[in-house]
Design a protein around this ligand. Structure first.
Ligand code: HEM
Ligand code: PLO
Length: 478
């Protein structure tokens, strides 16, 4: 029996009028860890008040699946918050937009476009390989010095989504790219925090300094998006769709000439915000996972060695890895799965909202936070969840992949499941296989091991660290 069928409400934290449970929520730990700790006192599911909003926190996979899958449609709403409204022009995007006909239409359209340019064709593979190759070349030149790989990783990943969205790419040191790095970090640092701490939205009590940074960064981002949009409008042709933005423009123009599809909300704002979402999600998520992968590979040289042995025996050193090698490299796949488990990009997903009353206990408008961190670190489901062990995703012989428990949802599930899962997995596989075929990654002499605690925000990012990338023998000709 699930919690929704239970006629008792989940236990709730003490709360006061107006400020809600604020006094019980003070903690030095980031929210996902704190919510996991509260589980000991209140159980796997409990509720609290954030100001005047009731929030249910879910900490196990049974309840998570009730919300995301079984009652997925009921819980497909999103809360409106001050910061996400600034980022998305009041929810005209996909990720932070509430459930509506317009939202459904946009999600479907983008899904179609991603299939068309991404998963469906060989071209995305070529683009990823081109970027992987360029990144490896730069690492070769920087060999055996302490490098911060972050800018190059970000540029490689950015160029993949740039190709997909705009048919463009950035060279090293491009000022537009440098500007993007800055505004995007500014947005990651400040957006969506208020869904957790926004107590007085009507007073905009959310830290003003943060709000100022966010507004400045969003305005820089919007100028960049607007420029791309104008360029595309200028050389738009009805017959050729080069990229996601062309598909969106095409759909918009077609619907304007068709009475039955009018009013689906294909305004300039909607188009811009949708591209902004795909671009932002495309860059920040995949880059973050690559950074975490390298952190864990540096901490676990034996894992790195095993991946390299697998690469050597299945691919060798005379050719580059291809997507078609994925099935032959289970240890690498298991490592990627383990990184996504131990450091989920989005440890609290994005908050969900009940669109209607549900069974006995949940009222329309209740917010639901699925604590993916608890699911991925549940001691009842995982052996030593705090340890990095790729083998947990392999069978006894180590030959085939498996999921040891259903308590694993790195991309969410159901109506709001991640739109970029297939793309992200292709990128992670190719970037990591290309890098590890040629380089062994370690800490530069005299530098500490990278920190394993993340920096909590709209994505859980690792702290900055430096890497020593040593070229492996016999890969010079590659
Ligand atoms: C939503 C994870 C990469 C686009 C999400 C959610 C998660 C997630 C957990 C929220 C699900 C929910 O609220 O229930 C990840 C991870 C990634 C990744 C772990 C990389 C490894 C990407 C990429 C794209 C993307 C590359 C774009 C191409 C989106 C969008 C949403 C989303 C548009 C919002 C969906 C909606 O609200 O309907 N992702 N994501 N993601 N993701 Fe990803
Ligand atoms: C990242 C910073 C960009 O400048 C704007 C942006 C857009 C979409 C967001 C993304 C940011 C962070 C990761 C998000 C994504 C939508 C879905 C994805 C929240 C804020 C995840 C992991 O849920």
């Amino acid at each position: 029996q699930g919690f929704l069928a239970d006629d008792r409400s989940p236990p709730s934290l003490p709360s006061l009028p107006i400020i809600g449970s604020l006094l019980s929520l003070k903690s030095d730990s980031p929210p996902h860890v704190f919510f996991q700790q509260l589980q000991k006192k209140y159980g796997d599911i409990y509720s609290l008040m954030m100001g005047s909003h009731k929030v249910i926190i879910i900490n196990n996979h049974h309840h998570a699946k009730e919300v995301l899958l079984k009652k997925g449609k009921t819980f497909a709403g999103r809360p409106r918050t001050v910061t996400t409204d600034i980022l998305t022009r009041d929810g005209k995007d996909i990720a932070f937009a509430d459930y509506s006909a317009t939202w459904r239409f946009h999600r479907k359209m983008v899904h179609g476009a991603l299939c068309m340019f991404g998963e469906g064709t060989a071209s995305i593979e070529k683009i990823i390989c081109r970027e992987a190759s360029s990144m490896c070349e730069i690492l070769t030149n920087l060999q055996s010095t302490a490098v911060d790989m972050a800018p190059e990783l970000t540029r490689a990943v950015t160029n993949v989504v740039c190709a997909l969205c705009f048919s463009s790419s950035y060279k090293r040191g491009d000022p537009e790219f440098e500007a993007m790095l800055q505004y995007s970090q500014g947005i990651v640092d400040t957006v969506a925090k208020d869904s957790l701490v926004d107590i007085f939205p009507w007073l905009q009590m959310f830290p003003n300094e943060d709000l100022r940074i966010l507004k400045r960064c969003v305005s820089i981002r919007d100028k960049l998006l607007q420029k791309k949009y104008e360029e595309h409008k200028a050389d738009y042709s009805d017959n050729i769709q080069r990229d996601l933005l062309d598909v969106l423009l095409h759909t918009k123009r077609r619907s304007e000439n068709n009475a039955s599809t009018q009013g689906v909300g294909l305004t300039d704002d909607h188009l811009l915000m949708t591209v902004g979402d795909i671009f932002g999600a495309g860059v920040e998520t995949t880059t973050t996972v690559l950074k975490w992968s390298i952190v864990y590979l540096i901490h676990h040289p034996q894992v790195q060695k095993k991946i390299q042995e697998e690469l050597d025996s299945k691919i060798g050193r005379d050719r580059h890895p291809l997507l078609s090698d994925r099935g032959n490299l289970p240890y690498l796949e298991a490592t990627i799965r383990e990184v996504l488990r131990i450091r989920p990009v989005s440890p609290l997903l994005i908050p969900h909202v009940a669109l209607s009353n549900c069974e006995y206990t949940v009222q329309k408008g209740t917010r639901v936070i699925v604590n993916l961190w608890s699911l991925h670190h549940d001691e009842k489901e995982w052996k030593k969840p705090e340890l990095f062990i790729p083998e947990r995703f392999l069978d006894e012989e180590g030959n085939s992949l498996c999921y040891p428990t259903p308590s694993y949802l790195p991309f969410g599930a159901g109506v709001r499941v991640c739109l970029g899962e297939a793309l992200a997995k292709m990128e992670l596989f190719l970037f990591l296989s290309w890098t590890l075929q040629r380089f062994t990654l370690g800490v530069p002499t005299g530098q500490p091991l990278p920190d394993l605690h993340g920096k909590f925000g709209v994505v859980l990012q690792p702290q900055k660290y430096k890497v020593d990338a040593k070229l492996r023998p016999d890969v010079y000709g590659l």
